[in-house]
Design a protein. Structure first.
Length: 147
């Protein structure tokens, strides 16, 4: 049977992506699986990156790990925080020097060059990250040294 013309543009990851990334600590896997749904490594030529962290309801760990150091990107980025019940997934986000407590559903736009990090603090649901740009996540990520 002939493959459909645009089938190569559909991504259905079967496993989870627990690989290490710049500015990320390995403890992030305690929150739940991470899926790279779009990116050059998933669909060659893709100029959009979509990564979804599924924060599980029944986690072994009670405490939510701080798995991301403050960092910057050379491209803009968006975070989307969603849960089945509005307000049931909570997170702290640092943008520049300011810290914000947020609840689902929320979208956060992070312009290129703005120091930021996100830490889930309560609940379960999805943390979705969207970035433009060809190449890998690490090629667009720069940890911030706090002295």
């Amino acid at each position: 049977m002939k493959e459909k013309e645009f089938a190569k543009f559909i991504s259905t990851p079967s496993g989870t992506d627990q690989g290490s990334r710049k500015a990320h600590k390995s403890t992030g896997s305690k929150l739940g699986p991470v899926y790279t749904l779009l990116g050059e490594e998933v669909i060659p030529g893709s100029d959009i990156r979509v990564i979804v962290r599924h924060v599980l309801k029944d986690r072994e760990e009670v405490e939510y790990p701080n798995y991301v150091e403050e960092h910057v990107h050379d491209v803009s980025k968006a975070y989307i925080i969603l849960s089945e019940d509005p307000g049931s997934l909570e997170a702290d986000i640092v943008l520049g020097k300011d810290r914000y407590e947020i609840k689902s559903p929320t979208a956060i736009y992070v312009p290129a060059g703005i120091e930021h990090n996100v830490q889930i603090t309560k609940g379960h649901g999805f943390l979705i990250m969207v970035m433009p740009g060809k190449g890998t996540y690490d090629e667009h990520t720069f940890p911030v040294s706090k002295k």
